[in-house]
Design a protein around this ligand. Structure first.
Ligand code: ARG
Length: 467
């Protein structure tokens, strides 16, 4: 690739006839996008082939031209795949680089390819094709992540874990139930990507520079060739708006936000102070100075990388907000945030599925933590309510019982019946069924509740949905 030192005299552009002086090397580098948009080369070639076939079908170019274009683009695709394509800064972007090479290979037919289109509708098509592929990859990876979650949740459908509010022990839940909360989030994430795909999957080509074209084109044919669900219905909108990319980033930001929350918990659970889980060594690193350390670097980086994905969303929103119709060069700045977002989400999901499969659960530590936080206090209150006490009075009775247990340094089920009865005559021997963790878990037996039977049912529904 030519670098910034390139000679000004070399700076001859595709539209140079209109200009009396070449751009400076700095401006050339500043305006070029080939460094990053060459990632869309496969999509650019695919779009060009569909366009050329349509042109030939409509009699706008000859069949011999089409044959040359197909041959030339085929060769270019191979050159790119083999890493032999000579990308040139002077040709600004992926589109002009490929077109120039095509013309060098096949002559005038290469120059006819751009009939009835503009780089404006071309780039919008490429980016949509690229994003569609990225979404399909993300959707498949989300399924892998979900399967890993479901497997672990299944194993721990009945493993008691303290449920927290305000990061204080609140009520018993099962570890499986806790994991299924992340499954639910991931399900909505997948829905969002699938929904965004519908709006990504429309063909801009045919909008040309902004107003459409005077050639007798067949946009529906091109849409079918490229597996689009339909065409963008307004040419000005087609070349200018990038809301589909913003939606993609929003879906990605939420996905990363969910994974960041999960990561925060993994980090906390792995802290020796908590010790609920251990992550497989391959997701951790040691310290260069403290030999005892095993740091959860991967979840910490997931939490950290969420920042750049959120940043991309803000970048694109800001990129769009001041643009008048139709195309403006600002839009060239959409690609790097989109690529970076897709790369980050794809790598994160890939790692996550594997990381979850490698979690070692320390069920004893989870149970010990549960026994220290009066986790069944609400169950005692509910017990009294079921025996006729108004809830506010029951709340007060239990508060006094908790204070007594605290003073004695024990948990509620450790208080003898006689002591409990001092707080309320309504308390009988059967109270111990609700004061135990298992009793508390089993009693929350409705859809969405933490009873192991409900957790297993939720897992079964999820598995059926995944197919
Ligand atoms: N590289 C440009 C982009 O990414 C392609 C479109 C250029 N169009 C133009 N009118 N300068 O948006």
């Amino acid at each position: 690739m030519a670098d910034q030192q390139s000679n000004r005299d070399d700076a001859v552009k595709a539209w140079s006839g209109r200009f009396s002086e070449p751009v400076s090397a700095l401006v050339m580098r500043y305006t070029a996008s080939v460094f990053f948009d060459q990632r869309m080369a496969a999509q650019d070639i695919r779009g060009s082939l569909a366009h050329a076939r349509m042109l030939a079908r409509q009699g706008i170019i000859g069949d011999d031209d089409l044959a040359d274009i197909e041959r030339g683009l085929g060769q270019i695709r191979e050159e790119i795949e083999r890493g032999e394509f000579a990308w040139s800064l002077q040709d600004e972007d992926v589109h002009l680089n490929i077109e120039k090479r095509l013309t060098a290979l096949i002559g005038d037919a290469g120059k006819r390819l751009h009939t009835g289109r503009s780089r404006n509708d071309q780039v919008a098509t490429d980016i949509r094709l690229w994003l569609r592929d990225a979404i399909d990859q993300i959707l498949a990876l989300l399924v892998d992540y979900q399967r890993a979650l479901l497997d672990l949740a299944d194993t721990h459908a009945a493993t008691p874990l303290p449920g927290f509010t305000h990061l204080q022990v609140a009520q018993p839940v099962t570890f499986g139930h806790h994991l299924m909360a992340y499954y639910e989030m991931s399900r909505r994430d997948a829905e969002r990507f699938a929904d965004c795909r519908k709006r990504v999957n429309r063909l801009p080509l045919g909008a040309a520079a902004l107003a459409g074209t005077s050639y007798p084109i067949d946009r529906e044919f091109v849409a079918r060739e490229l597996d689009f669900d339909g065409v963008c219905e307004n040419s000005l909108d087609a070349v200018s708006d990038r809301d589909f990319g913003i939606e993609f980033c929003a879906a990605a930001a939420l996905t990363m936000t969910h994974l960041s929350r999960f990561s925060e918990e993994l980090i906390l659970w792995m802290s020796p102070r908590v010790g609920f889980i251990d992550l497989a060594d391959r997701f951790c690193t040691g310290s260069s100075i403290m030999p005892q350390k095993k740091n959860p670097d991967v979840p910490e980086l997931v939490r950290g990388k969420t920042g750049r994905v959120n940043g991309s969303l803000i970048s694109l929103l800001t990129l769009m907000k001041g643009q008048p119709l139709a195309y403006n060069k600002d839009n060239q700045e959409d690609k790097e945030p989109l690529f970076d977002t897709a790369d980050t989400v794809i790598d994160t999901l890939r790692i996550y599925a594997d990381m979850i499969s490698g979690i070692r659960v320390k069920a004893d530590a989870m149970r010990d933590a549960l026994n220290q936080g009066f986790a069944t206090a609400t169950d005692l209150a509910d017990y009294l309510v079921k025996k006729g006490l108004p809830f506010r009075d029951a709340h007060e009775v239990v508060a006094r019982a908790v204070r007594a247990a605290e003073e004695r340094g024990c948990d509620l089920p450790d208080l003898p019946l006689g002591d409990l009865r001092a707080f309320s005559e309504l308390i009988d021997e059967d109270v111990y069924q609700v004061l135990t963790v298992e009793g508390a878990l089993d009693s929350r037996n409705h859809i969405g509740g933490t009873a192991p039977a409900q957790v297993r049912a939720a897992i079964a529904r999820a598995r059926a949905a995944l197919g």
